[in-house]
Design a protein around this ligand. Structure first.
Ligand code: HEC
Length: 124
């Protein structure tokens, strides 16, 4: 009788412990990723600068409009309207500078230019 009662009692905490371990693992991985990205000096520099959307627009026309369209409504590359709702600034910087999704090339804009582009993308 005693052992039958004890069984469900002893299983419950191990499930809870499992969930807690999993949740803390996810949180620490996310925190580690966030720390890694924000400690990147280039990203830090870009995020600290104030962008100019007009200059961003001009840079976009020269470098990006051939693929994304003059008003960023998509040609070879996708429309970028509301892109800043889908992607964080860190993800946008990564998208522009990594070259991880060919045929989009890898760009290496200086910090101010990247900040201007972000400001333009943010307002689409
Ligand atoms: C040679 C064509 C080309 C050029 C030039 C180009 N892109 Fe792209 N871009 C693409 C393609 C194709 C994708 C889709 C990649 C994928 O997700 O597979 C893309 C994706 C993106 C995305 C992600 C969109 C989303 O919905 O997640 C952003 C942001 C972006 N480009 C910004 C830029 C900016 C800013 C420039 C100029 C500095 C630029 N691109 C220049 C082709 C291009």
């Amino acid at each position: 009788m005693d052992s039958q009662l004890a069984k469900p009692k002893s299983r419950f905490p191990s499930v809870v412990v499992g969930v807690i371990v999993l949740v803390s693992l996810v949180i620490s991985l996310w925190a580690g990723y966030y720390y890694y990205e924000t400690s990147n000096p280039y990203i830090k520099e870009v995020l600290a600068l104030k962008g100019d959307a007009n200059r961003g627009y001009q840079i976009f026309q020269i470098n990006c409009a051939a693929c994304h369209g003059k008003e960023a409504d998509g040609v070879v590359g996708p429309s970028l309207h509301y892109v800043s709702k889908r992607k964080s600034y860190i993800d946008l910087i990564d998208q522009v500078t990594s070259g991880k999704t060919p045929p989009m090339p890898k760009f290496q804009p200086d910090g101010q230019t990247m900040a201007d582009l972000l400001e333009y993308l943010h307002n689409l």
